[in-house]
Design a protein around this ligand. Structure first.
Ligand SMILES: [Zn+2]
Length: 174
């Protein structure tokens, strides 16, 4: 375990000197405070409920994960499975949590992933629901698995245990 301190970002950031916009690996990026992200989730869940919020974000999450995986697969020449491994490694490097793969079998549509220190858990002052808090990751994992499998229909992935009530979050395909 590294000591806490200031480090160079674990992903290379390119900054346009004119616009100030960020890019990582050729994709535009923004650095977002965790409390802003969680507060936005809070607000939507308070209005429509957790399950409906999950459905609202599902297609966008899947599509965005597929887009990222297609971009990185083409840029780095990775196979489907290697792309998913790269995706979860990059999520870890970017502070979304520590992702670990227990099962990854795109051909059979099987996946089991653990996440420690999820960035989607409630922050101080947050009022969000306290089970399946990390449902955004469900859609991201579905999109990544769909990319790797090449199937037209995504496999459903569920957060079956959340770090709020356990040491880590657990995601598994149906
Ligand atoms: Zn969770």
């Amino acid at each position: 375990m590294q000591k806490r301190g200031e480090f160079e970002p674990p992903v290379p950031v390119e900054i346009d000197p004119v616009s100030g916009r960020w890019e990582v690996g050729g994709l535009p990026m923004v650095l977002v405070p965790q409390h802003l992200l969680v507060n936005n989730l809070d607000a939507v869940e308070a209005r429509v409920g957790r399950d409906e919020a999950g459905q609202l974000y599902r297609d966008a999450g899947r599509r965005s994960a597929r887009h990222w995986c297609e971009h990185e697969s083409a840029r780095l020449g990775l196979s489907g499975t290697a792309t998913v491994e790269h995706y979860l490694d990059q999520l870890t490097r970017r502070g979304w949590g520590r992702f670990a793969i227990d099962v990854l079998d795109p051909v059979r549509g099987k996946l089991c992933v653990r996440v420690e220190h999820s960035a989607l858990l409630p922050v101080a002052g947050s009022v969000r629901s306290v089970d399946r808090a990390c449902y955004l990751f469900e859609a991201w994992l579905e999109g990544a698995l769909q990319h790797a499998s090449g199937r037209p229909q995504p496999v459903t992935v569920r957060e079956i245990r959340c770090g709020i009530a356990a040491d880590e979050c657990l995601f598994r395909s149906d």
